[in-house]
Every structure is written in C-alpha cells, then in structure tokens.
Write a protein that binds this ligand. Sequence first.
Ligand code: MN
Ligand code: MN
Length: 468
Amino acid sequence: MSKEDPAVEQLKKDLFYEAKHASDLMSDDELRAADEFCEGYKAFLNKARTERECAAEAIRLAEENGFTEFDPDQSYFPGDKIWYCERGKAVILCVIGRLKCTEGVRIAAAHIDSPRLDLKPNPLYESSDIGYFKTHYYGGIKKYQWTCIPLSLHGVVVRSDGAEITVSIGDEPDEPKFVISDLLPHLAASQMKRTLSEGVKGEELNIIIGSRKYSGYDGKDAVKLAVMSILNEKYGITEKDFVSAELEAVPAFKADDIGFDRSLIGAYGHDDRVDAYPELIAALDVEMPEKTVVAVLTDKEEIGSEGNTGLQGAYLKYFIWDLARTDGLDGFDVLAMSECLSADVNAAYDPTFPEVFDKQNSSYLNRGVTVTKYTGSRGKSSSNDASAEFVGKVTRLFDSKSVCWQTGELGKVDEGGGGTVAKYIADLGADVVDIGVPVLSMHSPYELVAKSDIYSAYRAIYEFFMQQ
Ligand code: MN
Ligand code: MN
C-alpha cells in the first residue's frame, strides 16, 4: 500500500483518536458566539475579584433571572428557581426538575476562590519611613511572580462595634494601588543564587501602602500613623480591627484579549472562575429541567476545600437534605442517585515547557472543555478516579450535542499533580467526573485561557443540566 492510500487514511480516521482544534470543529457562527459569551465573562472577572464578590455577583445575576432565596420550610415545584448562600462565600443555584429528587439531581461544582495574598491578623508596620502590610499567601503560588505588579485590596473588616465594613480599593482607574518591591538586578547577586522557590520568600511578600508622615509629627511610626488615620477616616477602623478582618490582595489587572486574533483572555483568577462563570450562566439558562439542577460555586478549594464554606464542609449535603425534605424524601436517597460535573481547570500543554507534559494525555488550548478522569499525584493519590461507565455517559452526551471536548491529565506521572472538589462530592455517593477549561500559567497573577474552551465549558454544563 502506498503512503497516500485513501483507504488507509480513512481507516486511520475511523480507528485513531485525537481531539480536534476548535477552529476545525466549531463554525464561524459558533466561534462568534464564543467571543460574545466571553465579553460577559470578562465583565464578571473585572467586577468579582474575590470569593465574596463572586458570590454577591452570582446572587445578583440569579435574582435578575427569577431566582429567589431558598426557604427550607417552603414547597417547591418543577421550574422553580432558588439560590442559597453559605456565609457570603459559597452559593448554590437550584432549578427544580420535573422528576422527584429521589431520581437524583444533577450537580455542577466550581470554586470561586483563587490564589492570592491575605493580610496577616496584625499586618501594619513601618520600616525606614515606608508603610507596609504583612501577608500570608493563600493557595499555591510562585512567590516571585507577585512582586512588582499592581495589587488591589478586597474584603471585610468587622469593627469592634460589630459593624462589618466592605473594602474594595485599587481596581478603579482613580483609585490607588499597592505593590510589593523586588531587588534591582544590580544588587541581586546573592538573591539570584537562591532557588526559584526561595527567590522571594513568604516573609518578603510585604505590600507597600504609604510613605508620607503624619502631618506635623516627626516621632516614631509617623508613616504608620498617617496610614492608620486615613484608614480610620475612610473605614472607621483602628489597628485592632485587622484581627477581625479578611482582606485579600489580588492583582489589579483587568481581563484583556490576548493575541492579534483575540482568541485568548489574560486575567487574574481564571482558576476557577473560568468554570464558575460558564456554570453560573448555564444554571441561569436552564428552564424546566428533567432532573433538579444544583449549581455549586464553592470556596476554599485552593487550600483543600476545608472549612464550612468549602466542599469538605456540610453545606451542600445539608442543602440537598433540606431540598429532599421539602419533597418528603430522605437526602441520602437523593445523593446516591445523583450525578456531578466537578468543574475545575486543567493545565494546558505549554510548548515552552514540554518536559513536564505527556503530549498525548495533556489538554490543549482551543480543543474544548477537558474531561479529566482522575487528578491526584503519585499513583492517583487523593483522586476521585471517575468510573468508565460515568465517563462514557458524559462523553456520549457531549458528542451527541456536538460539544467540543478533549481529555487530559495534569502533567507527566510523578511530575507533580493536583486535586479538585470531585472526591468530596463522590464521598456523598454521587457519580462524579472532572471537567474544565485548560489554563496556561495557572496560579500566576495573569493566567491565560482560550475563548472557545470557555464557551465549550458552558455548552457542556448546560447540556448536562438539560439532558433527558
Ligand atoms: Mn482550581
Ligand atoms: Mn487552583
């Protein structure tokens, strides 16, 4: 047989598998729809910089779309739309299905917390006439990436009088920003000999917040006093109130189109708002589903899903138990029959660093939403490891609805690894598989994703919610 035998080429097409590029799979109209969808995503990113702000924005959009707050003492009927919020940091959107929830519910879960720098409980100090905030980083970061970039500050301070003050400063054009300094190369000879992980140390991530002395005062801590008086004037707080605060420094970059073709988006917080937003919009678009739809936007994934707003907490389980009770049913009957897409990002293949990826088991930009059978590290440790049956069911659905999808595992065997919320929902008895958008430069202050993949994630989650 010659090399170009058309019969052989056809046979290879029939027998071999490789995920196709979105440009080959999606029509021009669909790519335009993806671009349009991503305008909404960029606006969401620019507005919602933290888990609290994401939760508030999700509730605002939900109410705009006919959702009302969940009341466990009320009865709900097919088509009803409800939202539930866990302590301001995690949200569940729910659309009641035609079938009783003993038939199971359809869950999608993405996280809305992202790696960042949290202020320490006693953060304020001055050194050589410069005012600083001390930080403790949240989630896995490469610390050197967080110096010399503009930062904004978000969160809440609970004052000694009990008042809760909301803080958001540094993202509007007329607002001041904050920054962490790094050494000039001229004097970095010793620093350059440090390993990359120690290049900038945790205790060196100190944020510059001021440099003028309190007017007319030349004594000790004059800069600290000047900063504290501004904060007192603006927010009515004293230094002690930082103890009862959650203030997060995040990159002050806006979301931008990247590339001459505008096919990519560069932004802070794609992990995991790039899955949370498609999930949110899919839940808003659902009308009268067969099975009840439960869209979870959770907190604390980046530090192991711990705490009462993370998915190791009980709030999802209790929500479903409450929901079951409104139907006169038991919650555990519902969970065992339920199915879940755990929506989180995967590492996109990076041609500049090919050595850490298994080329034929990596996800790629622009090949659609990634179906990830297992996560974990060192022999799949701490992974959900979805069943062949459930992966088969989900991928058949995606194929039947022409959803652009690919498969991928996070890096080569023993190169590292990572986890998602999948295993915590599987612990409740549901069938779970990971899906999500591939990301370049994950956990950096400016992550990169492809618009076609974001739209594919939206379509995947919507079709999962609406399947018969
Ligand atoms: Mn994630
Ligand atoms: Mn992450």
